[in-house]
Design a binder for this molecule. Structure first.
Ligand code: GLC
Ligand code: GLC
Length: 811
């Protein structure tokens, strides 16, 4: 069942009922100011950091779900309604929500009055614009009252929820004409405030929640709206809000537009006040001035559209399969940008009060957006690397506001360092900018410890080499990519976090996933060393990679697949000898991507085992059989009910590793089948089961052991976005940036006849037409560059500005 449809021409998903199986959301903003908005206009806004600079309050896990947002109430005679259905929930005559690129349009109609609200965050601006268009489609004059509502968060979103003994006394506001200011804590250590403005005179306002809603009422029936009259309340402590009241008259056929503006302002510490106790509004007035008319707002909206148009024009596919095209050309790239912006910090699942930017997450995310915004990718790499320790280890997370490593979480996730090699080499292959390697980058955020970025990669490589266990395989530390495989944790205390507890410090548990990862990115490191003439470093590194391959073959093969790990006691994890968790996906992915034992057929066999034991109708599960009991020496993985999350859920992030493994051995039909199973556009028809948005990937789809297999959770902020984008474009469609050109190496279903990719790469345009008359999965028989036959499958770099046509014949 569907709850809307894709409108590809407008790059929108159009939701046609407010009652989606879960709130279906969108993200507004790309740089400093962000908003999340659901299809009923729920959600919240923040500046840079969802925890430390939360502007508006949101109630997670609320009843009803998705409670709180930017709400409008329209009082039209006896009927009160909201354009996005919620919070009033009056049944609308018409409803539509269009989630587009950085904007959302919500339209409701009731009794001949149409209200459309366009929400977006203009480029380079610290505000959310809400353009409301009211149209009287009836043949009578309409006299209505329009109330807005926004609830302020007291800045620190975590403290806001639990420090009520203080917070109920500190709320402060100011009102000036049509602008309602939120200035809690401004007089002490905060040099920032927020405001909510409308570009029209108002007939009333409220800033105190209890006055507006009434103590025993809900968002759906605020007292002020019922009474049809604002109380002009000023909040003193308690919960500050911002609500305007506008009395509006519309003739038949008439339309009126209003611009509401939620803004954020920072002032210099010594220029905070206009007069004693009155905030300096100069910057607020400037911001308001920028967006105080429909014309200005429309111009900003056009700018936003061309911004996205430009980004998406860098790589487009025309495959003849509209679902594939819309993922590659629109939604998958869009999701990659959202994960670039927010990592795992703020969604309806990641509540934005705990997690910062993950070291491994942010490095992996980079492969999904580096082609779009290389300069920002560079900055991101440096930010991440600056939190690395001198021994190559890393803080697991850092806070986006301070860019410092997060002490509370610490480090010791031994896969972390290697992802820095992935991101940095992906960046150089895309841009050709080797200068990043010479840039001085601090260790542990300490400038006095800065070294050229290359030294960070070297430290990453040697962190693995210097942390090997009894089988000469990498020590796992707290966990590897699988945060829940906590082999040194041994927790019996429910108040301990599996992520931060390591009761058996210096344990010798080893990871086959890190082993495979090390072979892949160790080779990448060596390759880079050769490329930049660091032959000595390359020669120094090579034996370690060779030794790892041998260690995997000797100690990591279980007979039909790769083991997952050795536990604290040196016992096998992910072996046929185990009763539960006999086989895991991650080591099959990384060891086949590394091509371990390809000559002996190990890769084929491992992937066949994946097909047999882990593949399901809805994707590849993480392990099998699922754990049904808590295993002290395995940790969190065995805590989840069977079929969910890391315990045999379909953890979408790692499915592409298997897909890449399949492409390495040339099984294009299998690769594509796996891809389609988790790709959201192909799941639109089962939205009632899948539940989350059909336009973005979710972190997890419930596995075959779950109560409801196929049900997805945790949409949006997941490494799935970048890995799937990377996999479809670089390994299935097969267009792969290299240091010296574009490699063409498709691995596709036999029945695909042809597709075209347009790629901008280092300033030149490449139109690549792939023909598969021969009906093969992989292999190229002929490659023409501007009519000239090329040897091999790498298109050398062409002159900046040139337009090049490449015709590829497979066979
Ligand atoms: C979450 C984390 C990621 C981890 C994965 C598997 O997505 O953000 O860091 O690798 O779970 O546990
Ligand atoms: C839980 C989740 C995992 C996530 C981790 C860190 O363990 O299962 O997916 O990565 O928390 O927050």
């Amino acid at each position: 069942m569907k709850f809307g449809f894709f409108d590809d021409d407008n790059k929108e998903y159009v939701i046609t009922t407010p009652k989606t199986p879960y709130p279906w959301i969108n993200y507004l903003g790309n740089e400093d100011f962000f908003s999340l908005i659901s299809n009923t206009s729920g959600g919240y806004s923040f500046y840079k950091d969802a925890k430390f600079r939360r502007l508006t309050r949101y109630r997670y896990n609320s009843v009803p779900i998705d409670n709180g947002g930017r709400y409008f109430y329209i009082k039209d005679e006896d009927t009160t309604w909201s354009p996005g259905w919620k919070p009033v929930k009056t049944i609308l005559d018409k409803y539509e929500c269009r989630h587009g690129m950085g904007y959302t349009k919500i339209k409701g109609e009731k009794n001949g009055l149409e209200a459309e609200v366009l929400f977006f965050v203009p480029l380079k601006s610290w505000c959310e614009v809400q353009k409301m268009t009211l149209t009287n489609n009836s043949d009578k004059i309409k006299k209505i009252k329009l109330f807005s509502l926004m609830e302020w968060c007291l800045w620190n979103a975590e403290d806001d929820q639990n420090n009520l003994q203080r917070n109920l006394s500190i709320g402060e506001v100011e009102v000036h004409d049509s602008t309602l200011y939120h200035k809690t804590e401004y007089k002490e250590r905060r040099n920032h405030y927020a405001f909510y403005h409308v570009n029209s005179p108002i007939q009333g306002f409220d800033t105190d929640r209890e006055s507006f809603i009434g103590l025993y009422n809900e968002f759906s029936e605020p007292q002020v709206v019922t009474d049809g009259k604002s109380k002009n309340s000023i909040a003193h402590g308690w919960s500050p809000i911002a609500s305007h009241c506008l009395e509006i008259e519309l003739k038949p056929g008439e339309a009126k537009e209003y611009v509401f503006l939620l803004g954020y302002i920072e002032n210099d510490a010594d220029d905070k006040w206009e007069s004693k106790g009155v905030i300096n509004k100069t910057k607020a007035n400037q911001l308001i001035e920028k967006f105080n008319s429909t014309e200005k707002v429309n111009a900003a909206f056009d700018e936003l559209a061309s911004y996205w148009q430009d980004l998406f024009s860098i790589c487009t596919v025309n495959s003849g399969d509209e679902k594939l095209d819309r993922m590659v050309n629109i939604w998958n790239q869009y999701q990659c940008m959202v994960t670039f912006n927010l990592s795992r910090s703020a969604s309806f699942f990641e509540v934005g009060i705990g997690r910062g930017m993950g070291f491994r997450d942010s490095n992996q995310d980079l492969i999904g957006f580096v082609h779009q915004i290389p300069e920002r990718a560079r900055e991101r790499i440096i930010d991440i690397a600056s939190t690395q320790f001198e021994d190559g280890g890393a803080y697991h997370q850092y806070q986006p506001l301070t860019k410092r490593g997060n002490d509370a979480i610490g480090g010791n996730f031994n896969d972390d360092p290697l992802w820095l090699i992935l991101s940095t080499t992906a960046y150089i292959k895309e841009t050709g900018d080797y200068s990043i390697l010479d840039e001085l980058v601090p260790f542990d955020n300490d400038k006095s410890k800065a070294k050229p970025h290359f030294e960070h990669l070297k430290a990453s490589f040697f962190h693995v080499v210097n942390n090997l266990g009894p089988h000469q395989l990498p020590l796992i530390g707290r966990a590897d990519w699988n945060d829940c495989l906590n082999l040194n944790c041994f927790s019996t205390d429910p108040n301990e976090s599996f992520q931060t507890t390591e009761n058996k410090a210096n344990g010798t548990a080893e990871s086959l996933m890190i082993a495979g990862l090390f072979v892949v990115y160790g080779k990448e490191y060596i390759n880079l060393c050769h490329k930049i003439g660091k032959t000595k470093e390359a020669e120094e590194a090579q034996p370690h990679v060779d030794a790892m391959v041998i260690a995997i073959k000797t100690h990591g093969w279980d007979g039909e697949w790769f083991l997952r790990a050795y536990d604290y006691y040196g016992k096998k994890v992910g072996s046929n000898e185990n009763d539960e968790g006999k086989i895991f996906i991650e080591s099959q992915g990384w060891c086949t991507m590394a091509g371990i034992g390809e000559e002996e057929g190990l890769c084929h066999q491992a992937l066949d085992s994946v097909k047999e034991k882990l593949d399901t109708k809805y994707g590849i599960v993480l392990n099998n059989p699922a754990f049904t009991e808590y295993v002290l020496e395995y940790g969190e993985i065995s805590t989840y009910p069977a079929g969910y999350k890391e315990n045999a859920g379909i953890f979408c992030h790692n499915n592409p590793w298997i897909i890449i493994g399949e492409t390495k051995i040339g099984r294009g039909d299998q690769a594509w089948e796996y891809f389609k199973k988790i790709c959201p556009a192909y799941l639109e028809d089962i939205s009632e089961l899948h539940k989350t948005e059909p336009y973005v990937y979710s972190q997890m789809i419930a596995g075959k052991d779950a109560f409801i297999p196929g049900e997805a959770k945790n949409s949006w902020l997941t490494g799935t976005a970048s890995w799937n984008y990377y996999t479809i474009v670089q390994y299935i469609l097969g267009i792969r940036p290299q240091y010296d050109g574009l490699k063409i190496d498709p691995c596709i279903p036999k029945n695909w006849k042809t597709y075209t990719i347009n790629r901008k790469f280092r300033g030149a345009h490449y139109k690549i037409i792939v023909n598969n008359e021969a009906g093969v999965n992989k292999g190229i028989s002929k490659l023409l560059l501007n009519g000239q036959e090329l040897k091999g499958n790498i298109i050398p770099l062409q002159k900046a500005g040139s337009l090049n046509k490449i015709v590829v014949s497979m066979g």
